[in-house]
Design a protein around this ligand. Sequence first.
Ligand SMILES: Nc1ncnc2c1ncn2[C@@H]1O[C@H](COP(=O)(O)OP(=O)(O)O)[C@@H](O)[C@H]1O
Ligand SMILES: Cc1ncc(COP(=O)(O)O)c(C=O)c1O
Ligand SMILES: [Mg+2]
Length: 288
Amino acid sequence: MPHTPNLLSIQSHVVFGHAGNGAAVFPLQRIGVNVWPLNTVQFSNHTQYGQWAGEVLPPEQIPALIEGIAAIGELGRCDGVVSGYLGSAAQGRAILAGVARIKAANPRALYLCDPVMGHPEKGCIVAPEVGEFLLEEAAALADFLCPNQLELDSFAGRRPTSLADCVEMAEALLVRGPRAVLVKHLSYPGKDEDCFEMLLVTAGERWLIRRPYLAFPRQPVGVGDLTSGLFLGRVLLGDDLRAAFEFTSAAVHEVLLETQACASYELQLVRAQDRIAHPRLKFAAERL
Ligand SMILES: Nc1ncnc2c1ncn2[C@@H]1O[C@H](COP(=O)(O)OP(=O)(O)O)[C@@H](O)[C@H]1O
Ligand SMILES: Cc1ncc(COP(=O)(O)O)c(C=O)c1O
Ligand SMILES: [Mg+2]
């Protein structure tokens, strides 16, 4: 029987709806990954509603929970770690210490860092110290870095002038340490507005995926968290990076099609579950 990978997912959790672990855990389970959810916050709902109840996990709880898994002798079975939204650089450092501990227990474990910096139009912005921490500290330990365009711009300190420039900006991040950079959402002058584009760069390869652009009255939340989770999940299941990239794009598109068909603001993960596991569509990655 093939090994069922174990993935520690360090993200926010919402009671109602889907964001953070609330967007990533079920799809990961549905594709055959054992998820160890470590919830950095528990909120009633995602923050784009403008109001929520709940609490942030004290940063010292992150190493304590990881240490608890080590104490029962199971930490070496962790095959991968995803981290998402960080409340502070201190919380980020606690996560990196946990990742280092896991890599010591299992040197083959992979770390994907989703460098969440927020979306000005979604109203979610992180403190400047978090941006610096992500570039100066997290990128060095990450095997995969998954910025969106705004996060890529923030790392580069400028806006792109073209697709080739986006590639250059992503490749500049490779120098910081990750083996691959997945840009989850491209935006640059001259881009075809009918297409939604994602980019994957490694030391030797550059891949672009285009899929149809879907219009929403309000952009759903949690898509980035779903994207980064599925990508690492498929890598842990044995896909090469191109195959994981193509699978992720197709599965996320299936979720958005269902969400659009239901005229829902929240991602329709349960309704789309069979198509997450077995997307009907395939968007082939184009080599640049
Ligand atoms: N095919 C598509 N058409 C339109 N919007 C899309 C499509 N695929 C993803 N999106 C949107 O793009 C964003 C995903 O990219 P990203 O910038 O990583 O978002 P996030 O803020 O969720 O991290 C989400 O707002 C998502 O709703
Ligand atoms: C609690 C919570 N987690 C995660 C996110 C990130 O979601 P996304 O994947 O859209 O970046 C948000 C966005 O508002 C949020 O409120
Ligand atoms: Mg995001």
